[in-house]
Design a protein around this ligand. Structure first.
Ligand code: COI
Length: 326
């Protein structure tokens, strides 16, 4: 099988080489995203693999199909960058990747701790030898009521960790799960907004839930609420978040993802002019902790993403059935 691997990072190469040998693959690799210029790299390939920065809209999928591509994998869990309906219509088979939920779940809890203990302003002070305590009074995580929206693998792992901290836990999900019920009380969204000191999002981005957290949702939350997002930036309306921070309705934000982060995150932009004004504005606040979409980024997860992404393509191609076909 011949595969074109796009967006390949240095840290993925060792595992990819192992898989190449294991499955006897012919590989074409590039660090670039898949776009109108780079599509030609996949000419003559059976399948392609991407990460989250390549946009696979209807036009791109049609062009891939024309070129003879039959199989596509994204080495990510989220697949909101792929028009899966068009892919189905075109007869293209697609799979995503999986990894254990611990890495992202622990990162979400870390963001809760960082915001509760004012780590960002404390670090600023350290850097200029200011060891004062004024304004840095924190709160214990175990004394908080935390609302978890989305109780799939990651949300459930977050609940499990927070249960250990002694938090009061409420959860919202379309379907209640037995695992979720072990740690939390399922409540309506309105109730979750009403009682939670901290709210964390663990749902995939779909066309229906863009700006899930908007002005109306924030208006229903507790004053001083802490919002955590390690899922997708577009789940939160950035204008509403900014207003919430300015008015102090929102007590703090822990954001590993940001609306329109594409083209900024995962590269060195020190000397670039950043084209995301909201990001640059919000970043200045002491109570806004932002990280560069790295909650997933652990050694184990990287290996898992490459394995699932390549193995998935090979299994679909060789008719073996794929555990993660979409
Ligand atoms: C995912 O796997 O969905 C992630 O968020 C990782 C990122 C490389 C897009």
């Amino acid at each position: 099988m011949k595969i074109a691997v796009y967006e390949l990072r240095q840290d993925e190469k060792k595992k990819l080489e192992e898989l190449k040998v294991k499955f006897g693959l012919d590989l074409v690799t590039t660090g670039k995203t898949l776009n109108k210029q780079t599509i030609k790299l996949s000419a003559g390939c059976d399948g392609i693999s991407v990460l989250g920065r390549s946009s696979l809209d209807k036009d791109m999928l049609t062009a891939l199909k024309k070129q003879g591509i039959g199989y596509i994998s994204t080495r990510t869990v989220g697949y909101n960058h792929i028009d899966t309906c068009s892919a189905k219509e075109l007869g293209l088979r697609i799979c995503n990747a999986g990894y254990p939920p611990k890495g992202v779940a622990e990162f979400a809890v870390m963001l809760m701790l960082l915001t509760l203990r004012h780590y960002k302003p404390a670090m600023w002070r350290q850097n200029v030898n200011d060891y004062s305590l004024f304004g840095l009074t924190g709160q214990e995580l175990g004394n908080q009521t935390v609302g978890v929206i989305g109780t799939g693998n990651i949300g459930t792992e977050v609940l499990k960790i927070l249960f250990g901290f002694g938090c009061k836990l409420v959860a919202y999900n379309i379907t209640e799960t037995e695992a979720g019920k072990k740690y939390a009380e399922y409540v309506s969204l309105e109730e979750l907004y009403r009682v939670s000191d901290i709210i964390t999002l663990h749902v995939p981005l779909t066309d229906e839930n863009r700006h899930f957290i908007d002005k109306a949702a924030i208006a229903n939350m507790k004053p001083g609420v802490i919002l955590i997002n390690t899922a997708r930036g577009e789940l939160m309306d950035i204008e509403a978040l900014t207003e919430g921070i300015e008015s102090e309705k929102i007590g703090a934000l822990g954001l590993d993802v940001f609306e329109k982060e594409e083209g900024i995150y995962h590269a060195d932009r020190k000397t670039d002019i950043l084209k995301n004004r909201d990001m640059v504005y919000l970043r200045q606040f002491p109570n806004v902790v932002m990280t560069q979409h790295m909650a997933f980024y652990t050694r184990g997860n990287i290996d898992s993403m490459v394995t699932w992404g390549i193995e998935g393509l090979f299994n679909m191609y060789s008719g073996k059935g794929c555990r993660q076909e979409i």
